[in-house]
Ligand binder design. Structure first.
Ligand code: HEM
Length: 460
């Protein structure tokens, strides 16, 4: 990395405290950022090193890519770095005050209230359900001619949506759950589209996108009201789903969540737990298909564990190589590729002064490819996760510290169960050459043009 050389720059009177592009370089950069934000961030990192300052006066904005500095922000001083950023403000147009976007004081109480929904005992039925969904998918694939081309991304999105839907609502016969889910995804699309243009009209302006957002939010409100009312009127379930737990939750003062709070948490779980898991699964297959020997190794492991009987939670710990294949996919293609924070007080990161109010941009994509922490950073080497060589804080697909992803174990259980079950029966390969698709970084990382692989039944 180049040494920290701070050119004598000022942005509208504010002196720069770290190296970075000049204002003149920034104007043409907007098009590059819109075209390929990852490539742009990578270029900034390659050019300026582990801390770079963008020529934006308010707020002063820094790209921080050194794992130690990222640890300082997320783990060592989490209360000094808040989620009050443009990224989370945009997301909260859909998720409201839900856990992902909540600021410090309401967040703490909600995290405690929601923790039971992610207790390990909830993972047992989750794995069973994922296995049912995966075997349904396998039955469909078995009907296809051997070597048929399958849209793997869509298949993984479907499995992930079914899983998060089931964890939230078990079976919902009224159709409200389906309305709620599609309205959430609709609203999310509007928010992502907003983030892609530099100037967005305020939400009160009746533009087509804002009207769509308003409609989606109204559908969400109605669907949640009905679902909650139906649940409250029904018998309590012996195997509570997340909705049951949200309805039963009490804060420190003994008060239940309001309907609005329940809505925000449900929407948050759909937003945070659908595309992320689907992306982890999709990239796992994109990489495994490009590395047939690793896929064979995976097959040997799963063959010894997975049987025609239901997959159980305790069996997942017997699949360390399967998990390593997923971890290595999460390293190379972290679904949440951007994490932002606002500095509440001044600090020093990578030798640079950070003023209070600064925007800190951290990209797991860059942290996961830092050459001081990863050998052959761009290669797919799952075994690195088994030989003890990984520095923990250089691997942050689920964030780190206080705001670590609450759904991490849920996501691992789901991803391992899906990959193991599919790998026990099928080989997935590219139809022509093993070229992994390029990335489209949106809410998560998606393969440009999707991922279409040949599915063949394994013999033996
Ligand atoms: C591979 C899948 C997943 C990835 C890569 C992922 C990634 C992340 C990351 C990076 C954060 C921290 C963001 C930050 O610090 O700014 C986070 C937080 C969160 N995630 Fe996940 N996530 C995944 C799956 C899930 C699932 C399945 C759920 C729920 C069903 C979920 C719910 C949440 C929530 C509620 C938070 C906020 C936690 C808090 O602030 O207390 N995530 N996730």
């Amino acid at each position: 990395m180049p040494e920290l050389v701070v050119p004598d720059r000022k942005y509208m009177g504010t002196p720069a405290t770290a190296p970075g592009p000049s204002g003149r370089e920034m104007l043409p950069a907007f098009a590059a950022i819109r075209r390929d934000p990852l490539e742009y961030l990578n270029r900034i990192w390659q050019t300026f090193g582990d801390i770079a300052q963008f020529p934006i006066p308010r707020p002063p904005s820094y790209l921080v890519s050194h794992p130690d500095a990222v640890k300082r922000v997320l783990v060592d001083r989490p209360r000094e770095y808040s989620k009050e950023t443009i990224q989370y403000r945009a997301l909260s147009l859909v998720t409201g005050g839900g856990l992902l976007t909540a600021l410090d004081s309401p967040w703490k109480e909600h995290r405690l209230m929601l923790q039971p929904a992610f207790h390990p005992r909830q993972l047992e039925p989750l794995v069973r359900q994922v296995d049912i969904g995966t075997r349904r998918l396998m039955a469909q694939w078995s009907e296809l001619p051997d070597g048929a081309l399958v849209d793997i991304e869509q298949a993984m999105l479907r499995v992930a949506l079914e899983t998060v839907g089931h964890a939230l609502f078990t079976e919902d016969l009224s159709g409200d759950a389906a309305d709620l889910t599609s309205a959430t995804l609709d609203a999310l699309e509007v928010v992502v589209a907003r983030a892609r243009v530099p100037i967005t009209p305020p939400v009160w302006m009746p533009t087509p996108a804002n009207r769509r957002l308003k409609r989606a939010n109204a559908t969400l409100d109605t669907a949640v009201s009905r679902i909650v009312a139906l649940r409250r009127a029904g018998q309590p379930s012996s195997t509570p789903d997340v909705l049951d737990l949200l309805i039963a939750a009490r804060n420190l003062g003994g008060q239940p969540l309001t309907e609005r709070e329940i809505r925000d948490e449900i929407v948050t779980f759909i937003v945070a737990g659908h595309e992320t898991v689907a992306a982890a699964l999709t990239w796992s297959w994109a990489l495994l298909a490009a590395h047939p020997k690793i896929q064979d190794q995976l097959h040997s492991e799963v063959n010894a564990v997975v049987s025609p009987a239901d997959l159980r939670l305790d069996q997942l710990s017997e699949l360390p190589f399967t998990r390593a294949c997923i971890d290595e996919a999460l390293r190379l293609y972290p679904p949440a590729w951007l994490i932002t924070r606002k500095a509440l007080s001044e600090d020093e990161l990578v030798g640079a002064h950070i003023p209070a109010g600064a925007l800190i941009i951290m990209s797991p994509w860059l942290v996961h490819r830092h050459p001081d922490f990863w050998s052959e950073p761009n290669s797919y080497i799952p075994s690195r996760f088994l030989d003890g060589s990984v520095t923990r804080h250089a691997f942050i697909p689920f964030g780190n510290g206080l705001r670590l992803c609450i759904g991490r174990d849920f996501a691992y259980a789901e991803a391992i169960a899906v990959v193991a079950r599919l790998a026990s029966r099928f080989t997935l390969s590219y139809p022509d050459s093993n070229v992994i698709p390029d990335v489209n970084p949106s809410v998560t990382m998606r393969p440009i043009g999707g991922l279409h692989l040949q599915v063949k039944t394994r013999i033996g």
